[in-house]
Design a protein around this ligand. Sequence first.
Ligand SMILES: [Zn+2]
Length: 266
Amino acid sequence: MSTLTAQPVSRDQRALLGPLLELAGRCPALQGGLAGAFYSHGETHDLLRFRFKGPKAEHDPLRIGLFAALHGDEPAGAEALVRWLTELADEPWRVTGYDLTIFPVCNPTGYADNTRHNRAGFDLNREFWKHSVLPEVAILERELTTGNFDGIITLHSDDTSEGLYGYAHGRLLNEALLKPALRASERFLPRNRSAVIDGFEANEGLIHRCYEGVLSAPRAQRPQPFDLIFETPALAPIDLQINATLVAIETVLDEYRVFLAHSINL
Ligand SMILES: [Zn+2]
């Protein structure tokens, strides 16, 4: 039974992110620190931000924001980002031309409690750009504004889905990036090919709508960044979710490079 159930490696943010902070002390390309801290139910909680600068390319660095564990009971994305940053410290060429800003645990209290909602009982992923008073949302909205990202990737897992899928709402570019990412990640886990996923009409694992208030760029940002949500089946073995996520992210970055090269040559 236990081999079939996704088991969190850790529910302790310090255990998860401490080694990464130590690595940042030794690896000049990696920085780690506080995006913000907040007080909830008698305790202070840290929302940590990591930055990884890939080797320079001929173009300006492409700024990508990556977000995980907005829902505290979805550890696969957080684990994937930690593993990725650890690997990138040895193999930075994998993100040549990229400037990554990474938030492995966007919902620290939910992560500690293993709950979807934060400790105050809110689903953070319905609160963005609605004048929310939630401190986690205020911290992340500030980061989304100052980050001025060229692309945003948010990682989730869904315990009602038996396969991989994603949201590509808004720009056509989103679909062009998500399609190959889903294809590549199918090496590790099946795709959800249902006609309806999470209550939305879906086509080959792609959904073109999304909920109000999900994490996204500020509405006024021009041009709008590409914006993808990648979902793994939460009940699959966590290692497969991590592998599927990492190959999806790197496929998006590779495809975005190709897209930019074409648009410059037009
Ligand atoms: Zn989620």
